[in-house]
Design a binder for this molecule. Structure first.
Ligand code: KG4
Length: 339
């Protein structure tokens, strides 16, 4: 029998709905929220309000584009956390109402695990090169930088993570001080392609194990700008590309160095990338270079699955549905990771 899952994602500032049938993607609709650009970051109150406006049309479009009827759905999967509480409440409440009205079960999904499981989404029936277990997944986004050991769909262990800022946050905050629009990662990526990555030396952390730290790098970038601006008020303007290239290279080196150590230490050579920062062209290239150098088999997600999307939520929901893992009606969202 077909298993058809509606996925709902509303953890941050993207409202998304997707339909997956037997692991094959039928639709994935995402409504971004431009309103935050004026504030240089996501404003939680505005995000929940925009989710409330978007959720019905987004779900409606996802069902239409999938070419299915509501009655074909086997279950509703929704992101329960981590994320912004007000945003998560919109998706959670919608999932409850929808599953009650259709009399189908509800499946809760962990947003971070969903990023990892995005690698199993089939875009076509004959798509078939998912990572083999066990594999390592470098999950890098605006809120997280983690190395996850993935033993099975439902068995993941965080073996390393940031002790302060996330990699995406480092991109965004450094971009902000250069006067670039939010989110800064894509602008830095674009500018870096025209700059010399060896122009400026920035601080790298010295943290034990497989953990990350990006706050020192951020501070050293800030101090560099402050000192050079004293000598030349046009310093940022004149060196935007070189600054971006140097910053990007440093972030990539920090990420890849720990990933290599984890792969070596845990003796794993199947490596995947996930999360918003995995759209970065330099990071994607670095992973491919490491694949050649260290004999890794690497999995780089399609751009559509790097940022927040409901396809990955529907995919995670599909695995849980198969295992009969349903969620009670009194489930509430969680803002932080539950341990
Ligand atoms: O996973 P994601 O969409 O959601 C949150 O964690 O909120 O990640 C967003 C992050 C932002 O920090 C953004 O600057 C970063 O991903 N990002 C990039 C690129 N595209 C998005 N960072 C570097 N290079 C990119 N091309």
């Amino acid at each position: 029998m077909d298993i058809t899952i509606l996925g709902i994602e509303s953890s941050c500032d993207d409202t998304s709905a997707a339909v997956i049938r037997n692991g094959v993607l039928l639709s994935n609709v995402i409504a971004g929220q431009k309103i935050h650009e004026a504030y240089g970051g996501v404003v939680p109150e505005l995000a929940s309000r925009a989710h409330q406006q978007n959720i019905i049309p987004v779900v409606d479009q996802a069902i239409r584009q999938a070419g299915i009827d509501k009655a074909d759905l086997s279950a509703v999967a929704f992101t329960r956390g981590p994320g912004l509480l007000g945003s998560l409440l919109v998706g959670t409440s919608f999932a409850k109402g929808f599953s009650t009205a259709l009399n189908i079960p509800m499946v809760e999904v962990n947003h971070l695990q969903a990023h990892v499981l995005a690698h199993f989404i089939k875009q076509r029936e004959d798509d078939n090169d998912p990572p083999a277990f066990p594999f390592l997944c470098l999950l890098v986004s605006g809120g997280n930088s983690q190395i996850i050991l993935v033993r099975a769909y439902n068995a993941m262990e965080i073996v390393g993570q940031t002790i302060d800022d996330a990699a995406g946050e480092a991109f965004d905050k450094c971009a902000k001080v250069m006067g670039l629009p939010y989110p800064g990662g894509p602008s830095i990526d674009r500018l870096a392609q025209e700059g010399d990555p060896k122009s400026f030396r920035l601080n790298k952390p010295n943290i034990p194990g497989y953990d990350y730290s990006f706050s020192g790098l951020k501070t050293s970038f800030l101090y560099l700008l402050r000192d050079r601006l004293k000598e030349n008020p046009l310093f940022i303007e004149e060196h935007k590309a070189d600054l971006s290239a140097s910053l990007q290279l440093t972030i990539i080196e920090i990420l890849m160095d720990k990933l290599r150590k984890a792969a070596e230490g845990l003796k794993i050579n199947e490596v995947a990338l996930a999360g918003g920062v995995s759209a970065n062209s330099g990071l994607r290239k670095a992973l491919e270079d490491y694949a050649g150098k260290y004999n890794w088999k690497v999995h780089i997600p399609p751009f559509a699955f790097t940022t927040d999307n409901a396809a990955m939520v529907a995919m995670s929901g599909y695995f849980k549905y198969r295992d009969g893992e349903f969620c009670p009606m009194d489930a509430v969202p969680f803002a932080r990771v539950l341990v």
